[in-house]
Write a protein that binds this ligand. Sequence first.
Ligand code: GDP
Length: 358
Amino acid sequence: MENHPENNPEYSGLAVNAGVAQPPVVNPYLKPRRRVPLPSASELVDGILKGDVTRLARAVTLVESVAPDHQALAREVIEKCLPHSGKSRRIGITGVPGAGKSTSIDVFGLHVLRNGGKLAVLAIDPSSERSKGSILGDKTRMEKLSQHPSAFIRPSPSAGSLGGVARKTRETIILCEAAGYDNIFVETVGVGQSETAVHSMVDFFLLIQLAGTGDELQGIKRGIMEMADGIVINKADGDNIDRARLAQAQFRSALHLFPTPPSGWTPEVLTYSGYFELGIAEVWDMIDRYFDFVRENGYFERRRHEQARYWMYETIDAELRRRFYDDPDRAARIADAERLVLSNRLSPFAAAHNLLDY
Ligand code: GDP
């Protein structure tokens, strides 16, 4: 130690001492953790049908898992739950961060539960893998609702692509419905493509907007507005009421520019305040009216059929891709083909065809 450079008197105040022997990294007294055995599909299904939240949560975890044995079990559970599903009102809720989604879902949820029934809040947040943990569908953001015995709140599945995350949420809807949840909220951030995914699994799509900048409409992607069945302007309270009304008028006139949606329902624009709980009943009256309207004219069924078809093809596409890339023999060939393409010895098209035909 004496000859350690930092023990040179030049470094006054610093002394490097001999270290101590490190304790073993592995605790010899720790019992190896027992892997919790997987429940059987019928155990899970029986629990779910009885409304057992622990079993439901376990099944959702299996749906979200990437382990092949979990996925196989999840598929079996979903198939058995399917005949008991479909009876809920599925409502998508979107808005940019800060629009007031969690505040609003908290009060909307309590409003809905006042009439009895059960509510599940799910989320689709494709960024959650990167941010390690979802900011959506988070219990801490929905304080009152998370304590309600009839509310089941589940953050976004975090694995994989947007399509994968969305598929898992869609499967979770089936499980929740089988467990008797008759209102399902699917929350998403109003940026990127996640709205399209949510739109493909809900009956009603609610867009939460803010007033204030005077040119609200510019920032909104036309596609999102076209998908909305209702636009609600939040934070219509205090000094903001006039601005919210102005935004309401702007949205209403902007909606006139769009053709009537296939539902035949003209999207409504309302103002409310999630924080001060103003105008909440009006928002839900609109949603009730929408459901009456589309059940009456047959669009409700038609949209669900279209969605089922969409998810079938979506799953085929994803599965084909997975099987293609997961084949270890092919992986080596893909690497070879890539080298040939990059050195101009094979065209990208020929390479792709060779690999597909292999
Ligand atoms: P999210 O990111 O869309 O989930 O938005 P939050 O619900 O977290 O709300 C963002 C911020 O806006 C929070 O500070 C809320 O307190 C506030 N906020 C939400 N709703 C209202 C409202 O109706 N009025 C006012 N004045 N503030 C609100």
